[in-house]
Ligand binder design. Structure first.
Ligand SMILES: O=C(O)CCC(=O)C(=O)O
Length: 304
């Protein structure tokens, strides 16, 4: 299956430029203050230990709560391979890789003269990398991952999007509350699973995932073009949000209608992660028009 991911809304371009390109691509979102309690959580998600720990009850929890946490899903060697793959691509050693987007905080910084190790602290996002580095491809198609996805989807998965939000120390912008399905030209009835893999320790301080359990059952929510293509900050959540702190190699599996977001990284710690999205292999594509008719504000008489 091949599903093109259209920009979420006019002006929202997800393509990037090469690491050495003079035309660097910058984050399309806006850095702006957000309510202090927007990502506040009093509780943390509980998970299972390793892929071997995924019981039928854990699968059932994914369907009712919209998420499943697998601690230590990947070994430290697999995490290091993924990091090495991202740094290889950032170093410009692959001649045709173009999937790098920088944080606003990189403006005015001569990143081309930095080592890849230093340059990563200005990167917001890598996109479309699995076909450019074998180590990253191997992680996205890990046999245990595929087995679990098949259990969740009820049929073999097809990877249709790969990205990595790097959220550098001090300058890593938030990713406001949203539903991933608002970005995908796929029917609402298609179950899509996102897999977010921590490559560093992810904490509430450096911008771990924050989720609204069970929100996928409430269906699609209108998204607005504000700091990002996002759910309105004033959206009323009845139940408490959950933080999903993870050690490196931990993975969050989440439904594409699950409301989630990540706060800015104002800490001095890196918070690198990769994120893969899978649909059932038999999934059919819809159009951007159909997607925006559901998730866009146009014609709905709603404000934010
Ligand atoms: O990695 C993050 O900070 C957020 C990722 C996310 O929610 C997304 O890209 O949809």
């Amino acid at each position: 299956m091949s599903i093109a991911i259209a920009p979420a809304a006019p002006g929202y371009d997800t393509t990037g430029a090469g690491p050495h390109s003079s035309e660097r691509v910058f984050d399309y979102g806006e850095i702006a203050a957000y309510p202090a309690d927007l990502y506040h959580c009093q509780q943390q998600a509980v998970g299972v230990e390793g892929f071997a720990g995924v019981t039928d009850a854990a699968i059932a929890q994914f369907h009712t709560e919209g998420y499943l946490v697998v601690h230590h899903a990947f070994t430290s060697a697999e995490v290091q391979d993924a990091l090495d793959g991202l740094l290889f691509l950032l170093s410009g050693q692959h001649p045709t890789f173009r999937g790098v987007m920088y944080e606003h905080g990189a403006k005015g910084v001569d990143v081309a003269n930095l080592s890849a190790e230093a340059r990563q602290d200005y990167v917001r996002k890598f996109m479309w990398f699995v076909d450019y580095d074998e180590r990253l491809r191997v992680m996205a198609h890990h046999p245990h991952l595929v087995t679990l996805l098949t259990r969740l989807l009820g049929e073999p998965p097809a990877l249709f999007q790969d990205m990595a939000l790097i959220k550098p120390p001090h300058i890593g912008r938030e990713k406001p509350w949203h539903q991933d399905h608002a970005y995908f030209d796929l029917p609402l009835s298609t179950t899509v699973v996102g897999v977010w893999v921590a490559l560093d320790g992810a904490t509430t301080e450096n911008g771990c995932m924050v989720i609204y359990p069970g929100s996928h059952r409430q269906g699609p929510v209108v998204h607005f073009k504000r700091r990002d293509w996002q759910i309105c900050d004033t959206y009323q959540r009845v139940d408490p949000a959950l933080a999903v702190p993870l050690e490196p190699g931990g993975a969050l599996f989440f439904h594409s209608l699950l409301q989630h977001g990540t706060p800015a990284n104002r800490s001095q710690h890196r918070r690198r992660a990769v994120q893969f999205h899978y649909a059932p292999a038999s999934a059919q594509k819809t159009s951007s028009e159909e997607r925006l008719a559901i998730f866009g504000e146009e014609g709905k008489d709603v404000t934010c």
